[in-house]
Design a protein around this ligand. Structure first.
Ligand SMILES: [Zn+2]
Length: 274
C-alpha cells in the first residue's frame, strides 16, 4: 500500500509534467474501481490542470472548477507515457484509465486489485467526504508536540493505533508508525496517555525526520510506484524494524518481535523500546 512518502514522490514527479497543461480527453476502460468512476471523468474534455497537490495519501488534480481525487488503493500506479501514437493502442487489462494531456502525453492509471479510486469533486476539494475529516499533515507545523500530547491524553489506545488514525494525523501508515516508534524507543503497545511530554516531542520529531528521509529516497516500495526514468523507492533498506521479524535489531542485536495490533503487523525490539 502506498504510504505518504510514496504518494508525495509521485506527486512531485507528475506535477511539473502536468501543471498548466490541458486534459484533452480520457479513455476509461472500466466502469468501477473501488467506486464507480464518475461520468465527468469519462467525458472530460479540454480541462486545464491548475495544480497537482497531495492531501494525506490522495493525489489531487486541481481543475478550474472541479478536482479529480485519486487514491491508489493497494496496487494503483500512475505512469507518464510520452510516445502517445505508439502507446495509446498498447495497454494491458489492468490499465484502466488514460488521461490524454495536450494530445501528446498519457497519464496512465494501472491497478491490478482495483482497490484504488478516482473521484470527481465539484465543490472545494477540502469539503470532499473523504478529505474533510482528515487530521493535519504530519509534515506541517500543525502536527506538533503540543497537539499530539493533548490528544494522547484523551485517548485510551496504544500509541501506534493513535498514530495510524487518519483523523488525528493523516497518512503516517503502518511502516512509518513502526519505524518512528523504534527510533523514539517507545513500545507500540503503550497506552498513548502514558507517554510523557518529552517522549511525545521526540516522537513527533522522529516522525517528521523519517518521513522526510523516505521522501528524499523516493519512498520505500519500488515495485508498485515505478515511474519511467526515475530511480525511486530505495528507502526500505533503511528500515530498522518493519518486515524484520526474527532478524537481529540493528542497534542491540536482540531478535525483532512481530505482533498484530488491530489486524496490522507491529514490529519492535524488546530491549530498545520501552
Ligand atoms: Zn534493539
Amino acid at each position: 500500500m502506498p504510504e505518504l512518502p510514496e504518494v508525495e514522490v509521485i506527486k512531485n514527479i507528475i506535477k511539473p509534467l502536468l501543471m498548466g497543461k490541458i486534459i484533452s480527453y480520457s479513455i476509461v476502460r472500466i466502469k468501477k474501481l473501488k467506486y464507480i468512476i464518475s461520468k465527468n471523468i469519462v467525458k472530460i474534455n479540454n480541462q486545464k490542470i491548475l495544480n497537482i497537490k497531495r492531501r494525506g495519501r490522495y493525489i489531487l488534480i486541481i481543475l478550474l472548477q472541479n478536482t479529480i481525487i485519486i487514491h491508489l488503493g493497494m496496487t494503483g500506479k500512475l505512469f507518464i507515457i510520452n510516445n502517445i501514437k505508439k502507446n495509446i493502442l498498447t495497454y494491458n487489462k489492468h490499465d484502466h484509465i488514460d488521461l490524454i494531456i495536450n494530445h501528446n502525453l498519457i497519464l496512465r492509471y494501472t491497478d491490478i486489485r482495483r482497490f484504488g479510486f478516482w473521484l470527481w469533486e465539484k465543490k472545494n476539494y477540502k469539503k470532499n467526504i473523504f478529505l474533510k475529516k482528515l487530521g493535519p499533515e504530519p509534515l506541517e507545523y500543525k502536527f506538533n508536540d503540543i497537539y499530539l500530547y493533548n490528544i494522547s491524553r484523551k485517548k485510551n489506545v496504544p500509541i501506534k493505533i493513535l498514530l495510524m488514525n487518519n483523523n488525528i494525523v493523516t497518512g503516517i501508515g503502518n511502516i512509518y508508525a513502526n519505524e518512528s516508534l523504534f527510533k523514539s524507543n517507545i513500545m507500540p503497545t503503550r497506552q498513548s496517555k502514558t507517554l510523557n511530554f518529552q517522549e511525545i516531542t521526540y516522537l513527533v520529531k522522529n516522525i517528521k525526520y523519517i518521513l522526510n528521509k523516505s521522501i528524499k529516497h523516493g519512498g520505500s516500495t519500488i515495485i508498485n510506484y515505478r515511474l519511467p526514468n526515475k530511480n525511486i523507492g530505495n528507502y526500505s533498506k533503511y528500515f530498522y524494524v518493519y518486515g524484520r521479524e526474527n532478524k537481529f535489531c540493528k542497534k542491540c542485536s536482540t531478535i525483532i518481535t512481530k505482533i498484530k495490533q488491530r489486524n496490522r503487523s507491529t514490529f519492535f525490539c524488546y530491549k530498545c523500546q520501552k
